[in-house]
Design a protein around this ligand. Structure first.
Ligand SMILES: NC(=O)c1ccc[n+]([C@@H]2O[C@H](COP(=O)([O-])OP(=O)(O)OC[C@H]3O[C@@H](n4cnc5c(N)ncnc54)[C@H](OP(=O)(O)O)[C@@H]3O)[C@@H](O)[C@H]2O)c1
Length: 429
């Protein structure tokens, strides 16, 4: 049997613990698949005294010095499972410079500084693998890099944050308000104490930057990606969406339009017959449309101890099998070219509008006049008044419209004296 592949692990939190467990539990399967053992030599953490709830294998040492992982010539792969930017960035750079391969689950770091880190890995001839960093246990990185490599990717659409999807699912099926659904997600351990990355769409944006790179071989900078989260989604809109046959989901999407990329993170109405609308609870899914393969869908757990560790381990095993062929982005160019980005205001989509308006004659006519001026045509509309209420919701589903026109129309309509609250608008998939 070939000599063991030796791991230095940084971080023994949720994912690190999962990796330790799965390495022990599946040791025989791993050995059979790669023809060698995976040995965990050293684990680095911040606090040596903390109870970990997991037993390290005999012979594995625990250290508070990250440098040990880099300096030890016996370590082949440094596994960065700490998260955060600064310490992880330094560790990865030093590990690559020391000739080690790196496996990371750190989407934030790769979304912010991936261009540079992938170039460093390329120059060093080392693997910088990151299956776990994009949609956790769902093997979308490898699918794009290898299995779908022969396709031109037409469109990639995903539900990529389990916390946001759990909250929206609870609001939809349990009739909860946003705040109650968030509290429930926190009580179940799905949401962090500070859930802003999840519910403001930032986490989805990190993943979308990584997947855009793999799908199109272009660098779409995080700063340029339009991002809208789910804090403003209300039960009222979820109920109206349902009446029209849609569910509201937090979507990350990138597609090619006229040779440019149109991408964004936004809550959208998804037709209930679509598979994406049926992705419930904390599950994730990514739908990829290739020009040869057509649409495919990957569905599973995007986070959690064992699902995420499953992806980390797959990267370790890929390196163990084929250590001399690093292919970090799926494209040999380094750094990747900057993406040609379509102005988000030029994006075309169907839209959902909910106007809150005074219940008086002429309102519908005034609204439709502005919409006609902006070439936005109406597909469906409903108005629901309550007996004696001074104002009523008026909901309109449009045909495809240009985002710029939508913004101009809503600005004009919201300035009219019969509008009592800013108009709610969402894209429709
Ligand atoms: N959790 C998930 O489901 C999930 C899913 C996909 C991707 N990820 C990514 O996986 C990574 C790890 O996430 P996690 O949830 O496992 O994090 P976590 O539970 O907070 O664990 C982080 C671990 O890293 C250690 N650490 C942090 N800074 C360190 C430093 N400067 N030096 C040494 N050790 C340090 C911590 O040590 P102490 O324990 O001593 O404090 C802890 O053991 C993140 O990049 C995250 O985005 C997580």
């Amino acid at each position: 049997m070939e000599k063991p592949i030796v791991i230095g692990l940084a971080g023994l939190g949720t994912v690190g613990r999962g990796l330790v467990r799965i390495l022990a539990e599946n040791a025989d399967v791993i050995r059979r698949r790669i023809g060698r053992d995976v040995v965990l030599k050293t684990v680095a953490v911040r606090d040596l005294a903390k109870q970990r709830g997991v037993e390290l294998p005999a012979g594995t040492s625990l250290t508070a010095d990250l440098g040990e992982l880099v300096r030890d010539p016996g370590i082949d792969i440094v596994c960065e499972l700490m998260g955060g930017l600064s310490a992880a960035d330094t560790l990865i750079r030093e590990a690559l410079a020391a000739g080690k391969h790196v496996v990371t689950a750190n989407k934030h770091l790769l979304a912010e500084r991936g261009q540079e880190l992938f170039s460093l890995a390329h120059a060093a001839g080392r693997c910088l693998y990151y299956e776990a960093s994009s949609v956790g246990g769902v093997p979308v990185v490898q699918a794009l890099k290898e299995s779908l490599a022969g396709n031109r990717i037409v469109k990639l659409t995903g539900i990529m944050n389990g916390t946001a999807n759990f909250i929206l699912s609870e609001m939809t099926s349990g009739g909860l308000d946003f705040e109650d659904a968030l509290a429930q997600a926190q009580a179940l351990g799905y949401a962090e104490a500070d859930p802003s990355f999840d519910i403001d769409g930032v986490d989805t944006a990190h993943k979308l930057v990584l997947l855009t790179r793999l799908a199109y071989g272009q660098h779409y900078s995080l700063a340029q990606l339009p991002v809208r989260g789910i804090r403003e989604v209300t039960r009222t809109d979820i109920e109206f969406a349902r009446e029209f046959g849609y569910r509201i989901k937090l979507i990350g999407q990138v597609r090619q339009v006229d040779g440019m990329l149109e991408a964004g993170v936004f809550p959208a109405l998804v037709k209930y017959t679509y598979l994406l609308a049926r992705v419930g609870g904390n599950y994730n899914a990514v739908r990829i449309e290739g020009n040869a393969v057509g649409p495919i869908m990957l569905h599973g757990q995007g986070a959690g101890e064992l699902p995420t560790a499953s992806a980390v381990l797959a990267d370790i095993m890929a390196i163990a099998r084929d250590a001399c062929a690093p292919n970090n982005t799926g494209f040999p160019e380094n750094p990747l070219p900057e993406a040609a980005i379509q102005d988000p205001e030029d994006a075309e989509s169907q839209y959902y509008f909910r106007f809150q308006v005074a219940d008086r004659p002429g309102v519908m006519a005034a609204i439709t006049r502005v919409m006609a001026d902006k070439r936005i045509s109406i597909a469906q509309a409903i108005q629901k008044g309550k007996e004696g209420a001074a104002d009523v919701p008026l909901v309109i589903i449009t045909h495809e419209a240009r985002t710029r026109m939508v913004h101009e129309a809503l600005a004009e309509i919201d300035a009219m004296d019969f509008v009592v609250a800013p108009t709610v608008h969402y894209r429709i998939l």
